[in-house]
Design a protein around this ligand. Structure first.
Ligand SMILES: [Zn+2]
Length: 302
């Protein structure tokens, strides 16, 4: 039995090999061991492997003993395999699984990894161009993730927390104290946020209309006639504003910080300049240059 167990282990861990390809092709490979039912015309050896798996505790021991190495996600089933610490998504969300039209899809077929963050592909199977633009921005990964969460409406605003079933005593915005704290409100139309955006527009020498949907707002926050490199800096400024607002909101909400639009604006100056400096190795302008004339400085970024 131990020898048969070793074959099961090799079936789950070996990277390749003709013998494994044949088994996967003929019987479905390692996953089919846990499927109940008769093997039919399977070989005696395969029937023995299935018996070992079904023996009391053996199959469970194998499943618990394995840790999935996702890699590019080309070998792991997104919903059926236990590649997350919470268990197979099929079991955790049975209702969603029953409605899913992507049963049997691999992790790589449904999304891509960007800087350690897995991002879902859109319905035509490609990463949305708007997110491609976001990932190109040379910013701190934590700020990038915050911006992505805002665009996906996954950020933990009070309205989103309540939607997830968290008991929230007060839904009112932590910055203006007047309107429910949704993503659209907090990052686009809150009167505090509006002051921060206006300071940025004045600094950049542009007039701009803010769309209430942060994702559309990001798409529109660029210069049509400028190069991709310059627009990547604009994207970094957008990320700087959004992540700065979120940080300020948390400071006011949890650390009794004082609401101050100028403080957020000053942080945008510092953060974006330091990101450009660190990620582009750009030393052709100084911080005072950047504060006084950002548009000219952007043209020096390579
Ligand atoms: Zn507000």
């Amino acid at each position: 039995m131990a020898l048969l167990g070793k074959w099961i282990w090799r079936l789950g861990t070996d990277k390749g090999g003709l013998w494994k390809e044949i088994l996967v092709s003929k019987y479905g490979g390692w996953r089919s061991l846990r499927e109940e039912g008769k093997v039919g015309r399977g070989s005696l050896w395969w029937k023995d492997l299935k018996e070992v798996w079904a023996s009391e505790g053996w199959g469970r021991s194998f499943e618990d003993g394995f840790e999935w190495e996702v890699g590019e996600g080309r070998a792991i089933l997104f919903r059926e395999d236990n590649w997350l610490s919470c268990g197979a998504l099929k079991s955790v969300f049975p209702r969603i699984f029953s409605l899913s039209v992507t049963k049997g899809a691999k992790v790589a077929e449904l999304g891509n990894w960007f800087d350690g963050v897995w991002v879902r592909k859109d319905r035509v199977g490609e990463v949305s161009p708007v997110y491609s633009k976001l990932w190109r921005c040379k910013v701190l990964p934590s700020a990038l993730v915050t911006a992505w969460r805002v665009m996906e409406n996954k950020i933990a605003t009070r309205v989103n927390l309540e939607r997830r079933g968290v008991v929230v005593e007060n839904l009112v915005c932590g910055l203006c104290g007047k309107v429910e704290e949704s993503s659209c409100h907090l990052f686009s139309v809150c009167e505090f946020t509006w002051r921060v955006w206006c300071l940025c527009f004045e600094w950049l020498g542009v007039s701009f209309v803010i769309h209430k949907d942060p994702l559309v707002n990001f798409q529109q926050f660029r210069l049509c006639s400028a190069s991709d490199v310059v627009n990547d800096v604009w994207g970094a400024i957008w990320v700087g504003v959004v992540s700065g607002i979120w940080r300020h909101r948390n400071s006011v909400t949890f650390d009794r910080g004082v609401v101050d639009a100028l403080e957020v604006f000053a942080l945008v100056h510092v953060n974006v300049w330091s990101w450009i400096f660190a990620k582009s190795c750009c030393n052709s302008f100084t911080y005072p240059n950047w504060v006084l004339n950002p548009v000219d400085c952007m043209r020096l970024v390579v």
